[in-house]
Design a protein around this ligand. Structure first.
Ligand SMILES: *Cc1c(COP(=O)(O)O)cnc(C)c1O
Length: 400
């Protein structure tokens, strides 16, 4: 085999379903794209979507908005973050997470990373104490879910309010509780590369009436909040509406119409991602030169991406490996590069964060961490072929 080449693109999504397209066409024909532009007696697509996602998630309230990053940003505004206040978060995450903290006026305090890619609980405890932070924005990065029992008990012990970044855990759970239902607020993304695809978009869910009323007003409700289906009562809005600035970031009906159809497919798609992940992981877990990170027993993950370590000491070898894979049509991303590129960035590239900590474990973990998305346009056979190429290329580097 040696020179087999994989020929499908790594960023090709599936087409939208006929139902999603039909829903979208209906909205376009009606011309009422703004979520508050409804005909007499009509409930907007955005409001229906919020109700349906809240039901899916087992959350009391849901706000649909412009992006996952926006949901993260306003969640901190909703809970009263003060200017310059510390917010604990994972060092291993994507740029919109520290960006959202910065946008809300907070100071990200980055926590170290374990070899299973979850947050370092000891470092979390120690920085909870030393920073005096009131908030933990926990990123379930690449769908790896930390021990949520341990997380919630640390939060209780140190008076931390938990906000979950579920950009990669929509549809996932820990034990029998859905990811996103451990904290005060959960934030989701419906950006193209996540588990639902509306190009851009996000959700904020919570069971807290006052937080949801603030979120709705922040998102730019123009005092039309009564049009929301999945909302607290008017008296809650009365108590917050004059103190809550409009940070326009509404979901529109066109995207909502697309998402309503996709939500029905979500659980089936989660299974399709995991089927593909298991082909990759099963083939590569015993391959020489490759280590697949351990998954925790209680983690019911949705593997829309695949991570592995290349067992080498040197950056140069990782770069060579990635180049070899690329020559054979397999696009691997690397979290260890000192230059941020193509969705991956290492925490020390967020230089706007003052007084950055040294995080030796994170640096060590990211140094050889390779990553690929699993688009659903890949078949199980495609995943097997990709695993073979990865294995070949790793051998070539290790034994050269
Ligand atoms: C994509 C992503 C977000 C934010 O989503 P956007 O909709 O792109 O703003 C937040 N956290 C993580 C880990 C992400 O990958």
């Amino acid at each position: 085999m040696g020179s087999r080449r994989f020929r499908k693109p790594f960023t090709q999504q599936e087409p939208l379903s006929p139902e999603a397209i039909e829903n979208a066409v209906n909205v376009m024909q009606g011309g009422r794209l703004h979520r508050y532009n409804v005909a007499e007696g009509e409930t907007s697509q955005a409001s229906l979507l919020e109700q349906e996602f809240a039901d899916y998630q087992d959350a009391k309230y849901c706000l649909a908005c412009t992006s996952g990053g926006y949901a993260l940003h306003i969640s901190l505004r909703c809970v009263g973050l003060k200017a310059g206040e510390p917010v604990l978060t994972n060092a291993f995450t994507l740029a919109p997470v520290p960006g959202a903290i910065h946008n809300a006026g907070g100071k990200p305090v980055l926590i170290d990373t374990e070899a299973d890619l979850t947050i370092d609980l000891k470092d979390l405890e120690s920085k909870a104490k030393s920073s005096g932070a009131r908030f933990l924005m926990l990123s379930h990065m690449r769908g790896h879910i930390a021990d949520m029992n341990a997380i919630t008990s640390i939060c209780e012990q140190h008076g931390l309010m938990l906000i979950e970044d579920c950009a990669h855990t929509m549809g996932a759970s820990w034990k029998s509780t859905k990811s996103g239902n451990f904290g005060k607020i959960a934030c989701f993304s419906t950006q193209t590369y996540k588990h639902l695809n509306s190009g851009e978009g996000g959700f904020l869910t919570t069971d807290d009436a006052e937080i949801m009323a603030r979120a709705v007003i922040h998102s730019g409700s123009y005092m039309l909040y009564e049009k929301h289906l999945c909302r607290p009562s008017n008296d809650v809005f009365d108590s917050v509406k004059l103190h809550t600035p409009n940070y326009s970031g509404r979901m529109d009906n066109l995207r909502a119409a697309i998402l309503r159809a996709q939500l029905k497919q979500l659980d089936a798609n989660c299974k399709r991602w995991n089927d593909r992940y298991h082909v990759l992981a099963d083939k590569l877990k015993n391959a020489s030169g490759i280590t697949v990170p351990v998954r925790l027993e209680h983690e019911h993950f949705v593997a829309s991406s695949f991570q592995f370590f290349l067992d080498v000491d040197d950056d140069v070898e990782v770069v060579e490996f990635i180049n070899e894979c690329a020559k054979r049509g397999v696009e691997i991303k690397w979290f260890g590069s000192d230059q941020p590129k193509g969705f991956t960035s290492r925490y020390d590239s967020w230089q706007y964060i003052q007084s950055q900590p040294d995080l030796p474990k994170t640096k060590q973990v990211l140094k050889t961490l390779c990553d690929m998305r699993i688009p659903l346009t890949f078949s199980l056979e495609d995943c097997a072929a990709i695993a073979d190429i990865i294995e070949d290329c790793a051998k070539q580097i290790i034994y050269s």
